[in-house]
Write a protein that binds this ligand. Structure first.
Ligand SMILES: NC(=O)c1ccc[n+]([C@@H]2O[C@H](COP(=O)([O-])OP(=O)(O)OC[C@H]3O[C@@H](n4cnc5c(N)ncnc54)[C@H](O)[C@@H]3O)[C@@H](O)[C@H]2O)c1
Length: 292
């Protein structure tokens, strides 16, 4: 996408972390913003901060795991602005635990937000962007956990690998029809945000009253909190990389160079028929537990 000023961007998970950083970065391009998040209070706060900084932003409370909510979000964006040019499917949550420890509710929650959120975002917005006939771009936030499979986060990894696959296929499908709509997939490693506290937005229907977390799960959560807060690449820097990828029409957005050897090792393990190495314990920077 070459033109940004006055064009319309929809961002999910916009109340905090990377979504909020994307909103501020795109506001600098004078885009009109439609901010979506399930956390209505934090979303209103973010919208007010953006407005105070001179941005034009509306807030639409949206649970991205619900198709009807994402359809209502699109209707609101079109009612307000008449078009949508850039869609950032970014909302995400990260429950942890060994694969067998993740409950059905954990799986439904993480796949609902991380995968169905992206499915709904593409299903609802791609036809709108295509019907406009002009430039458009869809950015899906995956993770480096969509390219490697760190232990203790199987449900999250499965959701993010699926987002990478979905977005690669979206790219091919758009190219096959000669569309002017492009797409990108964002694969960061740890960066400081609210992701380690994502339980705060778990819906009551998928909460498990009385189910205590195992000591191993609590240890994983403590490790995640440490790794996220120690991340050396900021949400603002990732938002800048996303903006440049949209502007330059680049597909893969890998923001953490030091994680690349772990990605390469996984690809080599597959091609050479080896048992997978633990990506957090390799002979590179990831052995420090800090893939930033
Ligand atoms: N922080 C990291 O280390 C890291 C690394 C790789 C990828 N990511 C990905 O980045 C994206 C943004 O996460 P973040 O790190 O900024 O975390 P964050 O918790 O700061 O932001 C995520 C936002 O998503 C919102 N959200 C949660 N469930 C929702 C739902 N059902 N509908 C709508 N919004 C919902 C939350 O309220 C929150 O505002 C996520 O997809 C995450 O998986 C994060």
């Amino acid at each position: 996408m070459k033109a940004f000023a006055e064009r319309v961007a929809v961002i999910t998970g916009a109340a905090g972390g990377l979504g909020r950083a994307l909103a501020f970065r795109l506001a600098r391009e004078r885009m009109r913003l439609v901010l979506a998040d399930v956390d209505a209070e934090a979303l209103e706060r973010a919208a007010a901060e953006l407005a105070a900084a001179g941005a034009r932003a509306i807030a639409v409370r949206t649970d991205v795991s619900r198709g009807a909510d994402v359809e209502a979000l699109a209707r609101r964006a079109l009612d307000e602005h008449g078009a949508v040019h850039l869609v950032c499917n970014n909302a995400g949550v990260a429950p942890l635990g060994a694969v067998w420890e993740s409950s059905e509710a954990d799986w439904r929650w993480v796949l609902g937000v991380n995968l169905w959120g992206v499915i709904h975002g593409v299903r609802v917005f791609a036809p709108i962007l295509l019907a406009q006939g002009g430039e458009g771009h869809i950015v899906n936030t995956a993770s480096v956990a969509g390219l490697i499979s760190p232990p203790g986060m199987g449900a999250y990894n499965a959701s993010k690998h699926a987002v990478v696959a979905l977005t690669e296929t979206l790219h091919h499908d758009l190219a096959a029809i000669g569309a002017r709509v492009r797409c990108s997939v964002v694969c960061p490693a740890f960066f400081p945000s609210g992701i380690a506290d994502s339980e705060r937005t778990r819906p009551a229907a998928l909460a498990e009253a009385g189910r205590a977390k195992s000591p191993a799960q609590l240890a994983l959560e403590a490790d995640l909190r440490k790794a996220v807060s120690a991340g050396r690449v900021s949400a603002d820097a990732i938002a800048q990389a996303v903006f440049e990828a949209v502007r330059d029409e680049r597909f893969y957005v890998l923001t953490h160079a030091r994680i690349k050897p772990a990605i390469e090792r996984r690809m080599r393990d597959i091609l050479d028929g080896r048992t997978p190495a633990d990506p957090m314990r390799g002979p590179d920077a990831t052995s420090q537990g800090d893939p930033a």
